[in-house]
Design a protein around this ligand. Sequence first.
Ligand SMILES: [Zn+2]
Length: 295
Amino acid sequence: MTTVIPVESSLAPCVKALMLRHLRVVPLATAFTLALAGTPAHAGGGLSWQSVLNQAERLATDAALPVAKEKQLGKKLAKEVEKENKLHKSKELQEYVAKVGKKVAAKAKDTPKGISYTFKVIDDDESVNAFALPGGHIYVYTGLLKLASDEAELAGVLGHEVAHVSQRHIAERLMAQVGLEGLIGMATGKNSEGLTALAANLAGQGALLSFGRDQESDADEHGLPYAVAAGYDPMGFVRLFEKLKKGEGPGFLVFLQSHPLPSERIDDAKAQIAKLKDKDGKRNEAAYQKMLEKL
Ligand SMILES: [Zn+2]
């Protein structure tokens, strides 16, 4: 029996305060520097204060958890995940999902240098979910594959997970959850209990971390264009989310806990799609349905 750590409550307030100190100093300093450079005022409305702060926060995360460390940690976590879960045995299915994922990830040009993506299928029909580990290891459960009807729906979810990595949400969330020292310990192998606890969290919840509302919409906002640029029908994301919203049972609950507010996100995605010039991406329904026969 694995121990499940409630993600939000696992963070002691004092640790949180400490982390905030770590995280705030650099962003504020950077924001101040950018402000002195006069960017928001002279950018013709192109650069808002929010985007300056976002950039600053990203710089802080980059400084605290450099890509090399994130990759090291991701590798260790992926090993744990694959020890705890059964990957689907069909090589053909694994290759198919990886091919769709790679096509989408190839459009994530804003991924930090050095990170490359892998996509694997976990054989578990009860879990309707997908998740990303640090360093670009992305997993999708067979429960989610069965819910989707075509490649565009799968691409929509994979785009979202890729965006959690490219926008460094995972690094940010991990920093907030286990703190800088905990993270470094895990990445260097000195904090093996922390690593096991994170992996157990995943086994219990079907998600490594629960992201904040801002990070979820940020991942949607960045992920959808990846899938569209890869040639997929943008409505795939909306169709899948409509199904997830209506879904019942524990498998869906897990998804909704780690991906909150489906209605709002569907509306946001629709608004984003309305602004797209090219809405005629492919769905590859026949190929997808054929792939489902492997499950
Ligand atoms: Zn998400």
